[in-house]
Design a protein around this ligand. Sequence first.
Ligand SMILES: *Cc1c(COP(=O)(O)O)cnc(C)c1O
Length: 483
Amino acid sequence: MTEIRAQDGTVSAAFQSALEVIRRSDPRIADAISSELTDQRESLKLIASENYASPAVLLAMGNWLSDKYAEGTAGRRFYAGCRNVDTVEALAAEYARDLFGARHAYVQPHSGIDANLVAYWAVLAQKVESPALAKAGVRGVNDLGDADWARLRADLGDQRMLGMSLDAGGHLTHGFRPNISGKMFDQRSYGTDPATGLLDYAAVREAAREFRPLILVAGYSAYPRLVNFRIMREIADEVGATLMVDMAHFAGLVAGRVLTGDFDPVPHAQIVTTTTHKSLRGPRGGMVLCDDEFADSVDRGCPLVLGGPLPHVMAAKAIALGEARRPEFRDYAARVVDNSRALAEGLLRRSATLVTGGTDNHLVIIDVSRYGLTGRQAESALLDAGIVTNRNAIPRDPNGAWYTSGVRIGTPALTTRGFGTAEMDEIAELIDQVLHGTEPAPGKDGRPSQALYRLKDGLAEHISGRAAEMLAKNPLYPEIDLP
Ligand SMILES: *Cc1c(COP(=O)(O)O)cnc(C)c1O
């Protein structure tokens, strides 16, 4: 963000004027927007899925591009007057292809979940619907007779997916019942080796051979190690599955060339989905990259499962992808991982227990049962001390998915603020002190509670004071000055 910092006055003025205009319409909304900046500035944000987008990314979203309907894709719209949206979407897609070395990029998904739905339906269209249409000798679904249509609908709903289990770090959208993917697909999951905590490729292969899924999903939101996508593709090929990698969490590390070779999903997977707001540091949104084989089907995402594209967000995606193509972003991605390692080492040195014993990426999972706490208690105590994290299940979690036994922390956001490895060690110290200084408190009935806790007197104030000093040294959006 160095380049933007040079234009101090301009950036400040832009946000000040925007807020003034909003204030005239609804002061309470203007206040909430200003107040969010203060909250973000004053919290030590270790939420692994969050970041801070640049002022240019933020400003690209607040304008009249939002007023345009643009169903279809660049140059092939169902609405007239889309020339500027075409420019925006074509540039965002070009930057995405270039940045990730992808054959095709679809930048319309509104979020990561939407990107996954687009991808799943693209695979179903290619591998189930198209053959059925060919067999019936018709061009489109409207040409099928009632019996053929009924059979196709049944077939679309009778496909299999193999994905990473939730407690090993997989995502709800990888075929779990509370999400639509679990209602669409018959899902089975693979996990990690109980001894090492690492992804067990032999077990994935065995499950794939036995289950023969249509789609093998790789990717995670809470696994602190690397995944070898070359091996995952070999497994998928062996059983005729399509490999889809959901890189929502680690797209920034791929863009920043920290994850290369076997660990870069793009050359190995037929389809790669992502969010744009996590480590990639763009606007809240999603994206699909794919091989030529799936390009046409992926492009039908809207209106198949997506509402009209958000042209203002596509503009912000283009800005963010452009930023990620610069050399500074490689430096950023490398620092994210250096910081994550330093944080893990700092915690281990203070005798914390970490899932898999450490990290190779941007996130760390602390097993807080070592401190006699549930994830819920640890998360709340840390928040009292000004440290924002989120609780997370650990493999074979005895406390289930609600209370959990883990806390997930990640470094993309603080690295954007300028935090370095020495500060990560200090944060490890603060986390360790909070967790040591917290004990479970009994519930109303006197029995141990999974949610209630007690922090040592004065500890929260002491820790948040030290956190505030670190935050002051690494100001957020120093180029933005609100009155
Ligand atoms: C965050 C995440 C998603 C969902 O992204 P949204 O933008 O919240 O819809 C999907 N998959 C993975 C692996 C994620 O980490």
